[in-house]
Every structure is written in structure tokens, then in C-alpha cells.
Design a protein around this ligand. Structure first.
Ligand SMILES: [Zn+2]
Ligand SMILES: [Zn+2]
Length: 158
């Protein structure tokens, strides 16, 4: 039997918008692309990919953010504009939440990193899998399995 999983709660900077994730994320990642650098105002973005069925907004009404119409639907808190989660067009089964919103910082540890071709020269992460661009959709199930195995031996955290 799997252990009970305490839901993760993500809270924006001002506290008006909250989301909940009721099962362990499927994988965590850092993205080094220039778009993520601009969007996050930092060296890279952090993601925890979760099953859409385990995700819900608890409080607030997140509004669209970032570049619109490039296949990614980003959402932020309407008040403080914190970037909170992203939905991918045509892939409704997953939501990419920003783990920096979650109280437990463990979920910020990236298991894989993407777009290292655009990585800032000094930026390093502890990711175990590294991609110059993105893994293919065919690679994803294997990566998720590896992440799940990793959680199992690492006390349930990345
Ligand atoms: Zn807010
Ligand atoms: Zn990116």
C-alpha cells in the first residue's frame, strides 16, 4: 500500500491565490530557456508536472500570463502576478505547477533539466537527466518511472 500523501498547497506571493496537488508530482524539472529566464526573472524556471486530476485551484481566480498563443497557457495570481502554473495545449492530462509556491522546498529539486543549450554559463542544477532541448514525448514515461522509483527510495521527495 502506498503511504498517505499530504496534499501540497501552493501559495502566491500575496496569499490571495492558492492551488492544491493531491498526489505526488510526476516529475520535477528546471528549464534554462531564454523564455523561462525572462518569465521567471531568474536563471531558470522550476516545474513540478502533476496529473491534472490531482490539481485544483483552492482560492483566487488565476489569470492568463506570459506569452499567449504559443501552445502554453501560463497563469498567475491576478493581484501579485506570481507565475503559478502552466497548462499545455493538447495535453490536458498534465499541469506544470511552479514548485517555488509550495511550502516544502523539497519539490523544487529538479530531476531533469531542459534547454541547456540556452543555459547561463554559471547556472548549475543537481538534475540527473539533462537535455540540450526537450526530451521527446516517448522519453517521458521512462523519465516519470525513473522519478517515481527515485521518490520511493528517497523518502517520497525528489
Ligand atoms: Zn497573489
Ligand atoms: Zn523554458
Amino acid at each position: 500500500m502506498a503511504r498517505e500523501f499530504d496534499p501540497l498547497v501552493g501559495i502566491c506571493r500575496c496569499g490571495r491565490t492558492r492551488f492544491q496537488v493531491s498526489a505526488p508530482p510526476l516529475i520535477t524539472a528546471a528549464c534554462h530557456c531564454r523564455g523561462c529566464q525572462r518569465m521567471s526573472a531568474s536563471a531558470f524556471s522550476l516545474t513540478a508536472m502533476v496529473a491534472a486530476t490531482t490539481f485544483r485551484v483552492l482560492e483566487g481566480e488565476p489569470v492568463p500570463a506570459g506569452v499567449q498563443g504559443n501552445g502554453l497557457a501560463h497563469f498567475c495570481c491576478p493581484h501579485c502576478k506570481s507565475w503559478m502554473f502552466t497548462r499545455i495545449d493538447g495535453v490536458p492530462e498534465f499541469v506544470n505547477v511552479r514548485p517555488a509556491m509550495i511550502d516544502d522546498p523539497a519539490w523544487c529539486v529538479p530531476f531533469m533539466e531542459t534547454m541547456t543549450a540556452e543555459r547561463l554559463s554559471w547556472a548549475r542544477t543537481p538534475a540527473r537527466h539533462s537535455y540540450e532541448r526537450f526530451p521527446s514525448m516517448e522519453d517521458l514515461p521512462g523519465l516519470m518511472q525513473a522519478f517515481s522509483d527515485h521518490l520511493a527510495v528517497n523518502g517520497g521527495v525528489p
